[in-house]
Ligand binder design. Structure first.
Ligand code: PIR
Ligand code: CA
Length: 324
């Protein structure tokens, strides 16, 4: 069986989540079944509005956008306003979204989508794992029915929000523990991988040269994201985390992985949210994850540019169809 791989993108847009949406939509290798939103980079209200904004500018009309959990399972929400801004997607102006919000709760839609197509659906979480953990709790049958879970989150070297922890795991470690312990095929695309996907000035020029409205919007967003990353993290160019998980689904050979046992620390005084990664089997546990280690950087950006070129209508005067 072949054809496009059906995926659900569970996200908290977010600048890099926005690029993940455009990559998924612009790639013939995947079929975007649904976009579900979660609180993370900003409140649920804002991440959901942002998903609808991105869909509107990209002309994504036939994909349900469903809102999920507004807070982590057992902790107060912490956001990343210092990186993504007050709106969660600062740096570009958006029209009032015309893409509607689904009347289905995200967790219900996630469960139904997986159960309806046993063995077919890949889940791609790019925010805190609250919705996914809630879906497992609601219907444990999804664990044996998903094709795989390819998530952006974690790190095996060092964190970003704390020395030990990556944001998506740190926001809701209890949910992440459920997801890593579930027993389904899981790929961890963590910071070790995503910090190879840097939106350098040359990359930004290529993105802006695509010339469409969504590509121009993405260029503005990434310039804001880059300024924030320079200021907050001291990096010269910003890593675009979330599209790396989507790229792994589209072209697996772009992302090298190594099997390992990954435990999510939920209690550490200094290490809460850490993804403790045992490559050598010293803990005596079988691997529960494929851990992403190395990115084909040139191939990744080619994939992004190709996808962007397929998204949205060309600007006036430059399209293939002449206007009178
Ligand atoms: C990125 C994120 C959160 C905080 C910082 N400092 C940077 C978001 C991204 O959207 C990505 O999914 C993940 N969380 C990277 O940690
Ligand atoms: Ca994200």
């Amino acid at each position: 069986m072949s054809g496009p791989r059906p995926i659900v993108l569970d996200c908290d847009p977010g600048h890099d989540d926005a690029l993940a949406i455009l990559l998924a939509h612009g790639s013939p290798a995947v079929e975007l079944l649904a976009i579900t939103t979660v609180a993370g980079n900003q409140t649920l209200e804002k991440t959901t509005l942002n998903a609808r904004r991105v869909c509107t500018v990209a002309g994504i009309r036939d994909v349900p956008v469903a809102a999920g959990c507004a807070r982590p399972l057992r902790r107060p929400l912490t956001t990343a306003a210092q990186i993504h801004g007050a709106s969660g997607l600062d740096g570009a102006d958006f029209d009032e979204p015309t893409v509607p919000l689904s009347d289905r709760p995200a967790v219900e839609l996630l469960v139904e989508t997986v159960m309806d197509r046993p063995g077919e659906v890949t889940l791609v979480p790019t925010g805190p794992l609250t919705n996914i953990a809630m879906a497992v709790r609601r219907e444990p049958g999804i664990v044996s029915r998903v094709r795989e879970v390819v998530l952006m989150g974690g790190a095996f070297t060092r964190g970003n929000v704390t020395p030990a922890a990556e944001f998506n795991i740190a926001v809701d470690p209890e949910a992440a523990a459920v997801v890593f312990e579930a027993g389904w095929p899981l790929t961890m695309v963590g910071l070790d991988l995503t910090h190879q996907a840097l939106a350098t000035p040359a990359v930004l020029e290529r993105i802006e040269a695509v010339g469409t409205a969504p590509a121009r919007t993405m260029g503005r967003l990434l310039r804001f994201f880059g300024d924030a990353y320079r200021r907050e993290a001291g990096l010269a160019s910003p890593p675009v985390h979330d599209p790396c998980a989507v790229a792994r689904v589209i072209r697996p050979e772009l992302v090298e992985v190594v099997d390992a046992f990954v435990a999510v620390e939920t209690e550490g005084r200094w290490t809460s949210g850490m993804t403790v990664t045992d490559f050598r089997g010293t803990l005596g546990r079988p691997p529960n994850a494929q851990v992403a280690t190395r990115l084909d950087v040139a191939g990744f950006w080619d994939l992004i540019i190709e996808a962007l070129a397929r998204v949205g209508a060309p600007p006036a005067g430059r399209g293939p169809v002449a206007t009178a």
